[in-house]
Design a protein around this ligand. Structure first.
Ligand SMILES: N[C@H](CCC[C@H](N)C(=O)O)C(=O)O
Length: 327
């Protein structure tokens, strides 16, 4: 399927056409743009407009394919939430990224190394749209998550108005808080999600997972995502949830994670080991978009993107905390 959208308010302000592909990983949906073959630069307010499911294309995240910034990687992978904030990681998006660069003939590799704002991850393309991602080693030290705590614990107690909640804090490159619940169907996702996403103990905000342990190899999970709200699935959230369950001694090393949109398989051999995620990808349609003329052409020289106000230095530095821009 293909479609054409016109975001320029009038014919006078006609800007360049932009090709994009609409994809999803278990219903966590993306607008994916090849910024290698076409000039591309969007301001946060434009991303918010495009993300709108009534007035725009509609997506949870915008994924951007850029040329590599390091010698031993194939592409740079940039991620923007629907609120326009640039972030460090998107697991479902990483699987779709791998499928996209092959579908678009940007590579014929089956093992693809991509540079994110928080380091390099490896994508391995399987059969029938399945992709396995090495999501890297989870970060558990509070300052690196970031999470405000005087020392590292497996479970923290957080004041929430008159209540207190217990949660684990994990970074998969992006920050996550994970709460145990008896039943995800009745979990207070809408009430606790936004309050914990913006809790002062998460200075860069956080994705909030509600985890139901079915047994040691099967969990159910809902995630209220930073900058996007509850999604049908969250890949990095599934990884963080399995890490949290393992730290509590409740899960084995290989776990089926059942999300609203479907199932991911997550493996973690324990502290110091990377988290491996396997799941499906889907490509829904190709589209063309006419941008407003005031979208400035992409600066090819700069190595530092200030347009997304991400505060993320383009040089890849694992230890730098990229600030996410608040809309
Ligand atoms: N909302 C996330 C980014 C997208 C993560 C999610 N879609 C995934 O599959 O990991 C954040 O602000 O860190």
């Amino acid at each position: 399927m293909s479609g054409e959208a016109d975001m320029s308010q009038s014919r006078r302000s006609q800007g360049p056409m932009l090709n994009f592909t609409k994809m999803h990983g278990l219903g966590n949906d993306f607008m994916v743009v090849d910024a290698i073959s076409q000039p591309f630069r969007l301001r946060p307010e434009m991303i918010r407009e495009l993300a709108d499911r009534n007035f725009g294309i509609g997506f949870d995240q915008l994924l951007v394919v850029e040329p590599p910034g390091l010698p031993d990687v194939d592409f740079r992978y940039r991620i923007f939430n629907s609120d326009g904030s640039e972030v460090e990681q998107c697991g479902n998006g990483a699987r779709c990224f791998a499928r996209f660069v092959r579908d678009q003939r940007l590579t014929n590799k089956k093992v693809i190394r991509v540079q994110t704002a928080k380091g390099v991850i490896e994508l391995r393309v399987g059969r029938a749209g399945m992709v396995t991602v090495d999501m890297g080693v989870p970060e558990l030290n509070p300052p690196a998550i970031p999470f405000a705590a005087d020392r590292r614990k497996d479970v923290y107690t957080v004041e929430l108005g008159g209540d207190t909640v217990e949660l684990s804090a994990v970074s998969m490159g992006n920050p996550h808080g994970v709460l145990l619940v008896d039943d995800v169907d009745t979990a207070p996702v809408g009430e606790y999600g936004p309050r914990l996403e913006n809790h002062p103990r998460f200075p860069a905000r956080a994705n909030i997972g509600f985890l139901q342990i079915v047994d040691r190899t099967h969990v159910r999970l809902r995630v209220f995502e930073r900058g996007s709200g509850e999604t049908m699935a969250c890949g990095s959230g599934a990884c963080a949830a399995v890490v949290a369950g393992c730290l509590r001694g409740l899960l084995d090393n290989r776990v089926d994670v059942e999300l609203k949109g479907g199932r991911l398989v997550i493996e973690w051999q324990g502290e110091g080991a990377p988290v491996m995620m396997e799941g499906p990808t889907a490509s829904v349609f190709e589209g063309q978009l006419r941008l407003p003329a005031d979208q400035p052409p992409r600066r090819r020289k700069s190595t530092r993107h200030s347009d997304a106000k991400s505060g993320t230095n383009r040089q890849n530095n694992r230890h730098r905390q990229p600030a996410t821009s608040r809309p």
